[in-house]
Design a protein around this ligand. Structure first.
Ligand code: GLU
Length: 316
């Protein structure tokens, strides 16, 4: 017997590191359109956990820019900076299930271990964690907490020490498969390609992966619509959703706006703050990235025409 489908709740989750630009509006617009096309709610979550990167006032500016484009959340925004106790409770739950462990390694330790094993595998500039602290801290002080990526299928509670010598079940078992509404079938072997990832950082800050999963769960998010640059995080987030017993959302990753260097548009490669004095120009540009062709005289009109076009392009 299938479970009752949950009522659609979508979200846009900007990090307040600056005003919206052409790229971030694409994700905002796509998530709004999908929510409206499916008769659902649309929420905004301000992802201000990486406090050193946050710019004071950027949250208010983002909300103003969204409103100028006719995108208004259906509830007051949630701020991640106020949700530490929830992240701690989730971490405690993972520790109790032996799915999280303390790590003492610095970046240098990790690089040295990988080199000594002849496998310096940089992945998007990130090092695949070699699992050093799975077996204990060896008297070193804990700096961070990591998620144990192997053997985390539902209803499995691996004993951290006992399982460390065990052979993996099978390669297929370790590859996580998921379906993206735009990109199609996706897969990742998180243990191999990413390694045990950080949940709480050495500087005490919560990692994006944990915060996003806890909040998507708490807000009852059924559908995640966001930029394609984030698709690579999805497998990690699904592992965490399973480990925390949370329902799995559907995913749709949108095309990106590229900067002058061919990489995802960002402040570093030329993104200008969105000039929402001309909201129709902003919506038109974001819509074209999403494959929408709309002529309208007002933002309300533009959005009303965009919803059925979106629904036809990306059926539920
Ligand atoms: N806060 C993230 C960002 O701005 C987005 C998180 C998400 O949509 O999962 O890149």
């Amino acid at each position: 017997m299938g479970e009752e489908p949950r009522a659609y709740i979508g979200r846009f989750a900007p990090s307040p590191t600056g005003p919206l630009h052409a790229g971030s509006l694409v994700a905002a617009l796509a998530s709004w359109l999908d929510a409206r096309a499916q008769g659902g709610q649309w929420l905004v979550r301000i992802e201000d956990i990486d406090t050193p990167r946050c710019v004071p006032g950027a949250d208010a500016l983002i909300l103003q820019q969204l409103a100028a484009c006719g995108l208004r959340p259906d509830a007051p925004p949630l701020y991640q900076s106020q949700r530490s106790s929830h992240y701690q409770a989730a971490l405690d739950q993972l520790i109790a299930a032996q799915l999280a462990y303390p790590c003492a390694c610095t970046r240098q330790d990790i690089a040295r271990t990988l080199e000594s094993r002849g496998m310096p595998r940089p992945r998007h500039g990130e090092l695949v964690y070699p699992g050093t602290c799975r077996h204990g801290l060896q008297g070193r002080p804990a700096r961070a907490w990591r998620f144990l990526t192997e053997n985390t299928k539902p209803n499995r509670r691996p004993a951290l020490i006992a399982r460390s010598q065990a052979a993996p079940d099978s390669v297929a078992d370790q590859i996580l498969h998921w379906q993206d509404r735009r990109l199609g079938a996706q897969q990742q072997d998180v243990a191999q390609e990413v390694g045990d990832f950080v949940l709480k950082r050495a500087d005490g800050l919560w990692a994006y992966q944990l915060a996003v999963v806890v909040d998507d769960g708490a807000q009852g998010i059924t559908d995640i619509v966001r930029g394609e640059d984030l698709a690579d995080n999805t497998a990690r987030q699904i592992l965490l959703q399973r480990a925390l017993g949370l329902p799995l959302p559907r995913y749709l990753h949108t095309p990106l706006v590229l900067g002058v260097n061919g990489e995802k548009l960002s402040k570093q490669n030329g993104a200008q703050p969105l000039d929402t004095h001309a909201p129709l120009v902003c919506l038109g540009a974001a819509g074209r990235v999403l494959g929408l062709q709309i002529a309208a005289a007002s933002t309300g009109d533009w959005l009303a025409h965009a919803v059925p076009q979106w629904a036809a392009l990306y059926p539920a």
